[in-house]
Structure formats: structure tokens, C-alpha cells
Design a protein around this ligand. Sequence first.
Ligand SMILES: [Zn+2]
Length: 505
Amino acid sequence: MSRKRVAIGGLYQESHSFSPAPATLREFEACILVYGDETFERLAGSNHEVAGALDVLSDYECIPLLYGATSASGMPVRRDDYETLKATYLDHLDKALPLDGVVMTMHGSTVAEHIQDATGDLIEAVRNRVGPDIPITVSLDLHANVTRRMARNADALVGYHTAPHVDQRDTGQRVARVMQHLLSGCLIAQAYCPIPMIVPAENGQTTVGPYAEVMDMGLELETRSDVLSASVFSVQPWMDLTEVGSSVVVITDGDSEVATTEAKRLAVDLWDRREAFEPDLTPYEEAIDSALTDDARPHVFSDSADAPSSGAPGDSPALLSSLLDRGINDPVYLNIVDGNAVERAETVGIGNRGTVTVGASFTDAFYSPVTFEGTVRTLFDGRFTFKGPGFNGVPFDMGKTAVWVTGGIHLVTMERGVLQWDPELYRCVGLEPTDARIVVAKSPAAFRAAYSGFAHKIVNIDAPGVCSPNLREFPWKHVPRPVYPLDEFETPPDFVCYTERSGRA
Ligand SMILES: [Zn+2]
């Protein structure tokens, strides 16, 4: 008997309604955009959802589709580029037909210029191709904005359990096990429960704090023999869409009532903790002064307002400006996305001094460019591989990169923003973060997995930027109201669950 055929692939991009950082094919190509055989060649064996799916589905014939990801998120994906990615994905799917199942490895917060819910759009397009009876199971980042369209078209939505995200491969295995369950002829019931809240990412960790408490309940639920999956999605908080919010998805082995009851219970548990998500921020000037009076090192600053992983352009010179004012001689490592500053470094040349203007190259709405004189220490092609727990072994490309030095300040300038979860961003240009008095990670939480092992202290700084956790200050237009924390609730919301069964008994 021929083996059952399962196609695997997806799109992973996190959009941001207030970001000036572009999201075009170029951003996918700079991170990862692979088709056909290359999809499995590049990702098998790494800490990635595709690798996890391959681990579990080894007895099936697995067919690679397109996989594309941007390491830095940003604006909605440009219309033509989204349509190109979608058409290529569907083209590979069409060639793979007939199929017994499709595993889609998605982010879940992807917006295209002309489609608010691009994830739901792609899942629906796959559903239309394969028909109502072929199972589609979808892995999602836990910052996914889960929608009714996604829940309606996918048999199963399965999210990461970790923030910082370190369980990509494990999530791929879990979503593939639900596929296995369906392919073996068993039923499932999926309950999706949206929650009218958006929360900043700083306290959205699953290692400690309010989110960890709820995620632990989800993990406890998964130990039940009749529960296949429990996912709690905190949502990417800067999406000004007509359908947006945190959510819970629970999948059981066919019992709709258990799925609905448990999804609602977790949703209430998350809602009840909403105030605990407010982050404790230190004004950045105060954080610098405090680090300069404490000799232990390194002080790791989380500059979340300019985090490329959250959708910021990474071009904030706010910290640099303050550091320059103080004339620091102890090593301080920080970084700014600025292609012109890299070009300027190439002109000046390694070992030479020159004047450079840096920062605010995407937008000057939050801060202004800074000019200083420094020495060009390093020029580098910008390619490096993550060695920490998240995306371990996955290559990243920040474009051409140059290190400028003045006094103790070591400024890494690069052409493109990348995830700042891993100190390899500094090590790849010869800077050892454990030597620094201050090292800056432009990331709200995920950097902790790789940095907390050696950080003397981690400080969430309050600095200007498009990904500021001060959510009430953004110009919201579309998000449905009321929503926490933009509005106060006198009575709790209804927690309506959407539950569907699928599979064949
Ligand atoms: Zn995420």
C-alpha cells in the first residue's frame, strides 16, 4: 500500500500596524525563502516547526512546499509580494496533489496590504484546493492573532508553548501528531475562544509571571489523555485590525464539550491576570546612570520599543545619544539599523576615523539622527547563525555590517533588522557581551533565553519607539472596542467559544 502523502510548508511574518519597517519579498529572501526540496534540506534537524513535523511524520510521504520567514517583522506585507508568495505556495501544493493532509507552519499575525488576515487567507486557499475532507493542521507563534477564518478552515491550530520561543521543533511535532491522529481516522474537536485583550510582551514570558501561570495550566491540561493540544495566544499587541486579540484554542479527541469548557476556563484565567501584564519600565537615562555606578557586568538593556522582532525598524539612536553625552570608556555594545552608516564605514575604512550620522533612517517620528566621530573597527557581511536556545542552528543575515567605536561605545550598524534574541549578533563581529558594562538587546522578552545565563542584571528600559509597551498612547482606529487595556471593563466579557469537530471516526 502506498504511503499517505502530507505536504509541509508555510509563511512566518509578524505584522505591525504602526511600523515603518518594510515587509517585502526582500525581507523574506534576507531571512529564509525556500521552495521544494530545499525546504527540507535547509530546515530538517534544526529547531524549527518543519523539522518537528518531519520527525513525527517519518512513516508518511512528506512533500515540501514553500517556506518563507522574515526575521524582522514590520508593515503589512506588500500586496504584490504577498500574492507572489501565495501563488508560489499554491503552485507547489497543486503539484503535490492528491494529498492526504497539509501541515502549515505559520506565524499567525501576518497582514498583507489588502488582506487583514493573510494567515486565514492562505489557510482558506489551501482548504479550497484540497476540499473539506483533507485535514489541515497549522502551527502558530504564540503571538498569533487567531481569527474565526483561521479556525473555520483549519482542523487544528497549535501554538508555541514558550516565550522566549524555544519550542519551534516541539510545536512542529505537536501539530504533526494531531495530523497523525486525524490520518489514523480519529475525530477531533477544536474550541477557539477569543479574548478582548492585547498585552505588551515584556511580561508575556512563559518562564515566570502571569503568562507562565496560564501556560502551565494549558500544559497540565495537555497531560489529559483526551486533550490533544492546548494553546494560549497572547497576540502581537500593535495590530490595529477589525478582528484582533488574545485567544485560547483547545483540541480534544472529539469531545466538543470538554474542548469548549477548557478553552473558556483558560481564557478566563488569562483575562483575570490582565493587569499583571503591565511592564515595570526604567527610564533609559536612569538605567544608564545606574549601570555606570555598578561595576558588575553586563547590564543587559531590553530596548523593546525598537525591537525588530516586534516590528520596529531597529533605527533608534535614543540610547546612543545619551551614552555619547556621558563620554563612557567602559565597553558598551549597542546596535542600530542604518545602511547609510554602513556605507559611510566602507568609505572611511577599517582602522580610520570618520564622522557618521546614524539613526532615525526609517522615521523621525520618535527620535532624531545622531552625529559622532568614531573609528571603524570591523566590516562584516552580516551572516551569522543563532547558537542560543531559540532558532538554534538557524542562519540569519543582517546585511552588510560595520562596527564604529568611540571611547567605550561600540556601535554595530547593519543594513537590516534581525531578531535580537541571540548574543551572536555581537559575537559575530568580535564583541563579547560578557565583557561589556552595558549590552543592548532590542527585544522585549525572547532575548532572555540566551542572555539571562550571563547577565548581571536585565533592565526593561522605557525608551521612545514604535514598539513601546505603552499601548494606550498609539493612534488606534480599527481595533474593536472595548478592548483591554485601552478600555476598562465594568463586567467581564462573554468568552464566546467557536467549536467544531472534524475527522472521520
Ligand atoms: Zn512570537
